[in-house]
Write a protein that binds this ligand. Structure first.
Ligand code: AP5
Length: 233
């Protein structure tokens, strides 16, 4: 699962010891990079989208509320998301830092995160902004397929699996997310512009924003992200 932590790379001796936030539009590559960075530092990858999808799959009361909202491509209300995140970062695997993917997404969420980190004695979050040519997003979103077993992310155009619609890692079946249909992409992008893009200015004003050029290849973006994390220590 995207939200789980795994041991650090055998070669890695670096500690993250902070919250890293990946901010950017749907399809910018946040999840792809968050998985890699979390693996490198042996910390959890906290995707609020994945947490909500897990709740939907388990038919929890939160999942029942979130499902129709996500199907319309809108944001789930802050009140529901904040409670879910607050519980998650209290888990012991978050003690040495974590990578947020898709959170915060509103100014209210960002303010709450600031308070939460302070309360738990963490450093201020390091925010990585995925700046991308918008014309790339449709192809990245509609081409995305995810492994049903391990959550590995593929793209039928850009990063296809070796065998047709089976995960290279575990042979799991690949599926398309319901909100990756072309007709849901536009409301998702609008929600980003209206509710989440203001966070770019918010964090820039606080001097905490670091831009990466997310139009580049996966490995080139990963390189930029690691440079930022190392440089911010
Ligand atoms: P969520 O699951 O967070 O989706 P998202 O933010 O819309 O982002 P995506 O997962 O679509 O894209 P990504 O940037 O992670 O890209 P990826 O790496 O997969 O949210 C879903 C919904 O949940 C929201 O609409 C909302 O309803 C709700 N929600 C979640 N969090 C919330 C919150 N905090 N508050 C309120 N509501 C919330 O890559 C995309 C594709 O591109 C893949 O196919 C990948 O293989 C490919 N790719 C990646 N990088 C590259 C590259 N460099 N070059 C070429 N291809 C690439």
């Amino acid at each position: 699962m995207k939200t789980s932590g795994i041991g650090p790379d055998a070669k890695s001796v670096e500690q993250l010891d902070r919250a890293v936030v990946f901010l950017g539009p749907p399809g910018a590559g946040k999840g792809t990079q968050a998985k890699e960075l979390a693996k490198k530092y042996g910390v959890p990858h906290l995707s609020t989208g994945d947490m909500l999808r897990e709740n939907i799959a388990k038919c929890t009361p939160l999942g029942e509320k979130a499902k129709p909202i996500m199907e319309r491509g809108e944001l789930v209300p802050d009140s529901l998301v904040l409670k879910m995140v607050a519980h998650r970062i209290e888990e012991p695997d978050c003690a040495h830092g974590f990578v947020f993917d898709g959170f915060p997404r509103t100014v209210a969420q960002a303010q709450y995160l600031g308070e939460l980190l302070k309360q738990h004695g963490y450093k201020r979050a390091l925010v990585v902004h995925f700046a991308i040519d918008p014309s790339l997003l449709l192809r990245r979103i509609t081409g995305r397929r995810m492994c049903k077993v391990g959550g590995e992310i593929y793209n039928i155009y850009e990063r296809p699996p070796k065998c047709d619609l089976r995960c290279d890692n575990d042979g799991g079946e690949l599926e398309q997310r319901p909100d990756d249909r072309e007709d849901i992409v536009s409301p998702r992008l609008q929600a980003y512009e209206k509710q989440t893009a203001p966070l770019v200015a918010y964090y820039r004003r606080l001097g905490r924003l670091h831009d990466v050029d997310a139009s580049q290849s996966v490995s080139a973006v990963a390189h930029q992200v690691v440079e930022i994390v190392r440089g911010a220590r």
